[in-house]
Design a protein around this ligand. Structure first.
Ligand SMILES: N[C@@H](CCC[C@H](N)C(=O)O)C(=O)O
Length: 269
């Protein structure tokens, strides 16, 4: 049977996903749909698929699938886009929204001007599983691992333009040290509050931006004594402001969310 599913294509700093309100359009087998729909030539084209749903613990829920169909615990850029989606499509009138994710409940604070969500701040919770990994025998790096619900490996370098991310990204993503694979960030500190970062995402490859990756980079910079607690993380597709609050130990991410277009896709059930 062929079903028609309405979706919205959105991006956060260039990290683009297909958003479906599953209360209206349930999606069966999302792992397979994420692969099919994310394909640029034969599908809609995206970094993955995001499902918005109900929750008995929070106002709404989010599930995120990478372009290879794997499910992730958390997505920073998608959480901001969901805030915009919920408010602008009238699913809520609240400007503070709780979102149930596989890595816990996140709180979204919407900045609204003339009924339009111009920016969203997300309380991303506490970083965990931090540690230093010495890769100096294979690469000349000493990297920092940080979990923001999902795993990240951050490497600070002198010149980010010298990094062949297409080659080293998948090598590190699939390094045996990370049985669940990892997201890979390379970062160059520009000053105490400004960091240039590029990302290879687990399950999606090079993306224009990664919200949890930006948080992990800001946290790693503090741990390694390279920057202050509040930094602008400048990625290929845009900039996020990340603050690691000393009192609460929570990381706060602020940035844009953009709607690209609405569409309908026909799919076989
Ligand atoms: N782009 C996201 C993270 C998406 C999931 C990631 N690729 C993973 O598998 O952990 C973000 O903005 O945080």
């Amino acid at each position: 049977m062929i079903k028609r599913i309405q979706f919205t294509k959105m991006h956060g700093a260039g990290n683009d996903y297909i958003y479906v309100d599953t209360t209206r359009y349930p999606v069966t087998n999302p792992e397979k749909k994420a692969i099919e729909w994310s394909a640029y030539h034969t599908g809609i084209g995206s970094d993955g698929l995001v499902l918005i749903g109900t929750s008995d613990k929070a106002d709404f829920s989010m599930r995120i699938f990478n372009a290879d169909g794997s499910e992730a615990m958390m997505c920073g850029n998608a959480s901001r886009c969901i805030g915009k989606y919920l408010f602008e499509y009238g699913l809520t009138g609240r400007t503070v929204i709780t979102l149930d994710t596989l890595s816990g409940i996140k709180i979204l604070k919407l900045n609204v001007e003339n009924e339009t969500v111009t920016a969203v701040t997300v309380d991303m919770g506490e970083p965990s599983e931090t540690g230093i990994i010495d890769f100096s025998d294979t690469y000349s790096y000493v990297s920092t691992k940080v979990s923001m619900g999902n795993p990240h490996l951050v490497t600070f370098v002198e010149d980010i333009n010298g990094i062949n991310l297409q080659k080293i990204g998948p090598e590190l993503e699939n390094n045996p040290l990370f049985p669940d694979r990892t997201n890979v960030e390379f970062a160059q500190v520009l000053d105490d509050h400004k960091i240039r970062m590029r990302v290879w995402e687990r399950g999606s490859g090079i993306t224009q931006a990664c919200g949890t990756g930006a948080c992990a980079t800001a946290v790693a910079a503090v741990i390694r004594g390279k920057a202050g607690r509040k930094s602008a993380i400048i990625m290929d597709g845009g900039t996020l402001t990340i603050e690691w609050d000393e009192k609460t130990n929570h990381v706060f991410m602020t940035g844009p969310a953009t709607k690209v277009f609405d569409g309908t896709i026909e799919t076989e059930e």
